[in-house]
Write a protein that binds this ligand. Structure first.
Ligand SMILES: Nc1ncnc2c1ncn2[C@@H]1O[C@H](COP(=O)(O)OP(=O)(O)OP(=O)(O)O)[C@@H](O)[C@H]1O
Ligand SMILES: [Mg+2]
Length: 257
């Protein structure tokens, strides 16, 4: 697949297809923990994300599949065997059309467009997603002319990539196509997701850390608990972070009075 972490589309033994990010990807091992934690947080606040899975890849498969390698300038490295992060493809690949971008005319018709993008914005401010917002759009190949659905992907740079800190900036985390923010009239436009985050329980956050493999935490597995504590501490700052973005030079919400 495209992308800085050089993920692979893989058919797994549960019969499903996953976009797999490997632990020795060219970005950072922690992007796997970030993907899993952010997916669970998104689900907690009722935002659509692909199902995720632990994908066990054997050395035999890697040795017998030469394309399973990473390429960086002047350097190649085989994918490592072991446990990796899988983001489920939304359907059967031969029957499902998946795209990263839509022209405005089709983007406007996406099911629940505002709710998904405004909810994603709240999630991204909370988790300090240092990447732009990314989604995929999908529909059945057969149903030509039907509207696309959207689901949130790529949470590798939440919590500032491998840093696990929160360098908040009012210009981060926006989707490049601003029409998705046209419906914003004020803070109330970010509900119910904003209130869900503000009222989250510490125990719910702890639940999201469950079984994140220590080897995805980059040498210091205990730090992920500290990360969850900081998320809990900052849950009521999100409101102000959105106001800061509204007042930034980018003026992302032109209809906020
Ligand atoms: N669950 C999924 N189903 C279908 N396609 C997906 C899924 N997840 C990712 N993709 C596709 O794979 C591509 C790469 O995924 P992603 O953006 O998560 O990788 P990345 O390496 O983190 O990218 P970046 O360069 O933005 O850091 C996406 O642009 C999208 O087309
Ligand atoms: Mg990406």
């Amino acid at each position: 697949m495209r992308g800085g972490s050089q993920p692979f589309l893989m058919c797994c033994d549960d019969g499903e297809t996953y976009v797999v990010k490997f632990s020795n990807n060219p970005q950072h091992v922690r992007i796997l923990a970030n993907e899993m934690l952010a997916s669970r947080l998104a689900t907690l606040i009722q935002l659509p994300v692909p199902d995720h899975a632990f994908v066990q890849v054997s050395q035999n498969l890697i040795s017998g599949t030469p394309p399973l390698k990473f390429e960086t300038v002047g350097h190649e490295e085989q994918c490592a065997a072991g446990l990796h992060f899988g983001s489920k493809f939304p359907g059967v690949p031969s029957q499902t059309l998946v795209v990263d971008f839509l022209p405005d005319r089709l983007l406007r018709k996406v099911t629940n467009l505002s709710s998904i993008f405004l909810g994603a914005y709240v999630l991204d401010k909370w988790t300090c997603n240092c990447d732009g917002r990314q989604v995929i759009f999908y529909r059945s190949i057969e149903q030509r002319g039907s509207n696309y659905s959207a689901t949130l992907i790529d949470h590798g740079f939440c919590f500032n990539d491998g840093e696990w800190n929160f360098p908040d900036s009012p210009i981060r985390s926006l989707y490049p196509r601003r029409l998705v923010y046209e419906s914003v009239r004020g803070l109330q436009s970010f509900e119910p997701h904003l209130a869900r985050i503000e009222n989250i329980q510490a125990s719910e956050l702890e639940g999201c850390l469950r079984d994140v493999p220590p080897e995805w935490c980059g040498g210091d597995p205990d730090q992920i608990s500290r990360l969850a504590e900081r998320l809990y501490e900052r849950r009521r700052r999100v409101r102000q972070l959105i106001i800061d973005a509204k007042e930034s030079s980018l003026r992302p919400f032109p209809n906020w009075g």
